[in-house]
Design a protein around this ligand. Structure first.
Ligand code: MEV
Length: 313
């Protein structure tokens, strides 16, 4: 079984599309997997997603068919007779990278069939090319973090490959994540912001630079051990996202709820207008904060943590 994790954007979403740095981490508890079974000779390749009630043939115009074809071309394989079945515990349209994770798992599954092991960079690039074809103007951060499976700083460059740097983590940080239950398509939110940026580039560029500066401070806080500072900076990022017009009433309410329940900081995460928020929390308050978020209308909550960099060596 080939799989890839979901992701959380810790800081810098949206501004990352315009060249600012952003921070992201995998969320290991939520994964997408692809199981591969042989199909009768001549049957070709089909991709089944029983959870979604969907079936694609390789030649269909769908993001996964496109990605499967790109991967087969890269592997220099003809269409195999295979039945691929996708399963995923990552909520869709929620800002947790479900599409990118399913894509990375699919690429891994096809590479395994070809007896090849692809590098994280190749997997990430294949998923990115396909996301670009179907999802407007993605920055590339989602495919990168799910393919590399480690906390990263990601920044597009004016030319050439993006900067991808592993993040130093100075403390064991605990997060609570809550799903607002409002489905939101990244493409729609990113496209709407692009229209507003086109109408007033100076205003939005200033805001993106402010996000980028904050992301640098958050990167430093993550590597240190001042939880209050780290939390305040995350909450400031939420305020900038509100100014950018990508938050939602329910996300703002969940952020307020987490703070009132004792979180050090909280923000929406991902594209916004719906989807998830995350809160930096003291470990001993995590369960209570989850309860409060559910009482405030979150449809699902999770706990996840980051371990100090040194403890993993
Ligand atoms: C989505 O996870 C993050 C956004 O910044 C879009 C992107 O970077 O492609 C909203």
């Amino acid at each position: 079984m080939n799989s890839a994790p979901g992701k959380l954007i810790l800081a810098g979403e949206h501004a990352v599309v315009y060249g600012q740095p952003a921070l992201a981490m995998p969320i290991a508890a939520l994964r997408a997997s692809v199981a591969v079974e042989p199909a009768p000779r001549g049957a070709g390749m089909t991709v089944h997603a029983p959870d979604l009630g969907l079936v694609w043939r390789l030649r269909a115009t769908a993001p996964l068919s496109d990605l499967a074809q790109r991967t087969l071309d890269y592997l220099q394989l003809p269409e195999p007779d295979l039945r691929l079945t996708i399963s995923s515990s990552i909520p869709i349209a929620s800002g947790m990278g479900s599409g990118a994770a399913v894509g990375a798992a699919l690429v891994r599954a096809l590479a395994e069939q070809a007896g090849q092991q692809l590098s994280a960079q190749v997997i990430s690039d294949l998923v990115y090319q396909s996301e670009k074809a179907f999802h407007g103007t993605p920055s590339g951060i989602d495919n990168t973090v799910v393919a590399y499976e480690q906390p990263i700083l990601f920044q597009r460059q004016t030319q050439g490959e993006p900067l991808i740097a592993p993040l130093a983590v100075g403390n064991q940080w605990h997060f609570v994540v809550a799903d607002s239950g409002i489905a939101s398509e990244t493409k729609a939110v990113v496209g709407d912001l692009r229209q507003r940026w086109l109408a007033d580039p100076e205003l939005y560029n200033r805001q993106f630079v402010a996000v980028g500066n904050l992301v640098r401070q958050i990167q430093t806080a993550l590597a240190g051990n001042d939880a209050e500072l780290f939390g305040q900076l995350l909450s400031q990022n939420h305020q900038l996202l509100q100014t950018l017009g990508v938050s939602a009433e329910k996300l703002d309410y969940l952020v307020q709820t987490a703070l009132a329940a004792g979180a050090w900081g909280a923000k929406m995460s991902g594209a916004g207008w719906g989807g998830i928020m995350l809160a930096l929390v003291p470990a001993e308050r995590a369960s209570y904060i989850q309860q409060q978020l559910r009482a405030a209308g979150a449809v699902q909550t999770w706990q996840t943590s980051l371990l100090p960099t040194d403890s993993k060596r």
